[in-house]
Structures are given as C-alpha cells and as structure tokens.
Design a protein around this ligand. Structure first.
Ligand SMILES: [Zn+2]
Length: 174
C-alpha cells in the first residue's frame, strides 16, 4: 500500500475525461487499495482516480463515521442508470479544492451500475450523503469539480485563492 499525492486545482489533469478500465486486474486492485489508504489518511470520504493522476474511471467512497466500522466502496467504470427528479443540497468539499466548501444541488437519489474489486457487475440504489458523494466522485471522471457547479464568480474566487496559497516561493521583487 502506498499514499498517493493528491492533485490540487487548477491542475489541468483534473479536467481530463477519464477512460474506462478494460478489466479489473491486480494492478487496478492495487490502485484501489492505494486510493483507499490515501483517502483515509487525508482524511476524506471519497476519492477519484484522476485526483491521483490516473485517468481511469475508478472511484472509492467510505462515508462511515470515525466510531463506525469502515465501509469502503470500490467502483470501477461506474455509470448512473437512474436519477431521482427530487434534488438535495449538500455542503461539499474536495481533497483537490482544499479548505473550500459550498452548497451543491444534485439529484437526491441515484442508481449506479459498476464493477466491484472482483470485477463483478453490481448495482446500488442509494440516497442522502452517499448519493451525493458518488455523484461528486463520478464528476471527477469527466473532469468536473464541485466548483464547476457554482457561479463563475465564486469559482474564480476559489481558484485564485488556491493558486495564491500554493505559491510558496516568494515572487522576485524587481
Ligand atoms: Zn472531489
């Protein structure tokens, strides 16, 4: 297992459309394990492969609370097969947009089809926080960040702050 470096916006690799994994190989299972370890260490409740620089349609999610047993979900090639008409709003954050949070409106319930870590086809119907996190992580597979759901004014303000906070080397004075 290994901790993977998490890309931070506006890294252009976060804007790429990821490609499906041809099959769930040992290499993919290793990636899933590394992504889970990286997510738990961050700590976060979801992580998508593009966030660690791997342009594949793979996400991991675990919304269990500290005192609860871990409940990792590994999804390879996830596809939304149903969305509810009803919407829900959640305050979202993202490991690739550190220290910024904003309310995002998404369908309240979903059904998602995916391959599990054994390569078996699975379907999950869910709502609440889990539905939101899965949609947030799946957005990453299409190069979409939660800030892309905000007004451009808000988004640009957050991106400017991220660029500023990452600039560690002082700018030369001339
Ligand atoms: Zn995210």
């Amino acid at each position: 297992m290994a901790l993977l470096p998490i890309l931070v916006a506006p890294d252009p690799r976060l804007k790429l459309k990821a490609v499906p994994a041809a099959e769930v190989t040992d290499e993919i299972r290793q990636l899933l394990d590394d992504m889970l370890e990286t997510m738990y260490a961050a700590p976060g409740i979801g992580l998508a492969a593009p966030q660690v620089g791997v342009s594949k349609r793979i996400i991991v999610v675990d919304i269990s609370r500290d005192e609860e047993p871990k409940a990792p979900l590994c999804m390879v090639n996830p596809e939304l097969v149903w969305l509810s008409d009803e919407d829900a709003a959640y305050e979202e954050g993202c490991l690739s947009v550190p220290e910024h949070y904003a309310e995002v409106v998404r369908p309240a319930a979903i059904r998602v089809a995916y391959l599990d870590r054994d390569g078996k086809k699975q379907e999950l119907e869910t709502d609440g926080l889990l539905a939101t996190v899965i949609q947030h992580e799946m957005d990453h597979l299409d190069g979409i960040l939660f800030i892309d759901h905000l007004s451009s004014l808000k988004r640009n303000m957050i991106l400017r702050k991220l660029v500023k906070s990452r600039r560690q080397v002082p700018e030369p004075v001339s």
